[in-house]
Design a protein around this ligand. Structure first.
Ligand SMILES: Cc1cc2nc3c(=O)[nH]c(=O)nc-3n(C[C@H](O)[C@H](O)[C@H](O)COP(=O)(O)OP(=O)(O)OC[C@H]3O[C@@H](n4cnc5c(N)ncnc54)[C@H](O)[C@@H]3O)c2cc1C
Length: 463
């Protein structure tokens, strides 16, 4: 190990290798502080060649590497285990914005560039990088690609995968593959970049990317509406889509309990009457008439009884205040109680059935739990968190996931598997799907040095 560390220092220089426990502290534990690890070292390469040099050395010594971006992941994927033998490879020094092209509508950046900086660069040339999440001030381009991040604009623009045009990666054998093409259309051979999107650093290290930009809407309208139940929210989604087409970028379902939590812990007042459920909608357009179309859709919803009450933001400040009601839910929940979190998706029409079945199952087997549910209704993705006292979290987890599976859903809609959900994934996915995943892993990483134990168990991976 000493030999490896001194060769890493030779390759990266003194700034590139951290070994003091205090220097490594922030890299050793995840954002939720659920998965404390113990790195052998933290390496901070300055460019792709240095990443390749680190990977080659780790391959030579059979030492595992854990890629890390902003360390905002919610599945414990970016932190090492507790053995003291894994190396964290932080992309934080590789944060150059290489180009922004408003005509070809592309942005090229190194993997460590913070998402917000990339959004701002796109805005500066009148374009939109639509990947948007509450962690955007720390999450990195490499991290959002490695997790195929979702966020609030998926309904209109798709997940991160839909916005990646080109990638540069360092493979587990230390070789560099450069596919940084700025092309909208490229059907020449296998689209190999897909293998590295959403695979959480288990197959290679993303060192740079080309992302697709979009025209920036010149008008945005934000609306908060109260609805009686999730079925009404769903009917309203259909009605709003008929009226507003694909100008809707966010259609968020929020339970009355979630709103109460935010009111209680942050003193933010919901501007419409109390209700069991709410919907927060954002629409954007470049052509005029959006506001009138939104008013018409809201009027129709109120007249037909789909909605009880609603407010359209009159200013940017009011829109931001409405969004705070949504954005502060997670922090309010953390202040309120212990919880078991689920990031699930089900086919959109089954959302009301899912909610009813999950509530019934919990009432029967775990009385006294409280459901804090909110999420991206338009994507079929719910954050279904269960506030517990002395209940068994594992039992609750299985119960909720059983209902999800019965509806044909997924146990991870956007946060990934990391180390948090490995056992759940392996017990829920079919053997042929798992076998295929292991074959891909073995083909690219036969020594299992790339983020071992994440997404797939160590047991099932090559040794
Ligand atoms: C408050 C909050 C809100 C959030 N909201 C959302 C949301 O709405 N939607 C959503 O999808 N997620 C959300 N997240 C989760 C998180 O922000 C995303 O998963 C984000 O994409 C992680 O980026 P990161 O740079 O922090 O990656 P990290 O946390 O550093 O890493 C995440 C995973 O990617 C791997 N990785 C990181 N960089 C690279 C690289 N260059 N090459 C290969 N592998 C790499 C890591 O090994 C790890 O497995 C939220 C998190 C927080 C804290």
């Amino acid at each position: 190990m000493t030999d490896l560390l001194s060769r890493l220092k030779q390759a990266l220089g003194p700034k590139g290798v951290l070994t003091d426990a205090s220097d490594m502290e922030a890299y050793a534990i995840d954002w939720r502080k659920l998965f404390p690890g113990k790195p052998l070292a933290v390496v901070r390469p300055a460019n792709t060649q240095e990443v390749a040099a680190v990977v080659s050395l780790c391959k030579h010594y059979g030492t595992a590497l854990v890629p890390q971006g902003g360390n905002t992941g919610l599945a414990g994927g970016a932190v090492p285990d507790g053995s003291g033998r894994e190396i964290v490879l932080s992309l934080s020094r590789m944060n150059a914005l290489r180009s922004v092209d408003p005509i070809g509508m592309t942005l090229e950046a190194e993997a460590g560039l913070v998402l917000k900086a990339a959004q701002d660069a796109a805005e500066a040339v009148g374009r939109l990088l639509p990947i948007s999440l509450a962690a955007e001030g720390s999450a990195t381009i490499g991290g959002v690609i490695a997790t195929n991040a979702g966020g609030v604009n998926v309904l209109r623009y798709g997940m991160t995968r839909a916005l990646v045009l080109g990638l540069e990666v360092v493979l587990p054998d230390g070789s560099i593959v450069n596919g940084l093409r700025h092309l909208r259309k490229d059907n020449a051979g296998y689209d190999w970049k897909q293998v590295f999107i959403g695979t959480e650093g288990t197959l290679g290290i993303v060192t740079a990317a080309v992302l697709r930009l979009l025209p920036r809407p010149t008008q945005t309208v934000t609306v908060l509406v109260s609805v009686a139940d999730p079925q009404k929210a769903l009917d309203f989604l259909v009605c709003a889509q008929n009226e507003l087409g694909d100008s809707i970028s966010a259609f968020e379902l929020i339970s009355g309990y979630s709103i109460k939590l935010v009111e209680q812990h942050f003193g933010i007042k919901c501007p419409i009457e109390a209700s069991a459920w709410y919907v927060l909608i954002e629409a954007g357009a470049t052509l005029s008439g959006l506001r009138e179309a939104v008013e018409k859709a809201l009027e129709q919803a109120l007249e037909s009884g789909l909605a009880h009450d609603g407010v359209i933001a009159e200013s940017g400040k009011q829109a931001a205040d409405l969004w705070l009601l949504r954005e502060r839910i997670t922090e309010s929940e953390a202040k309120q109680s212990k919880s078991v979190k689920h990031d699930v998706s089900v086919p959109i029409p089954t959302i009301p059935d899912f909610l009813q079945a999950a509530e019934e199952a919990l009432a029967k087997a775990a009385p006294g739990t409280i459901i804090n549910c909110f999420g991206h209704l338009g994507d079929g993705n719910l954050h279904y968190n269960v506030l517990i006292k002395d209940h068994d979290p594992v039992l609750i987890n299985h119960m909720v996931h059983d209902v999800v599976m019965a509806m044909g859903g997924s146990i991870s809609a956007e946060h990934g598997i990391g180390q948090y959900r490995v056992a759940e994934l392996e017990s829920r996915r079919s053997e042929p799907e798992l076998h295929l995943s292991r074959q891909i892993k073995t083909a690219l990483d036969p020594l299992n040095i790339m983020n071992p134990g994440k997404v797939l168990s160590r047991q099932g991976s090559p040794s």
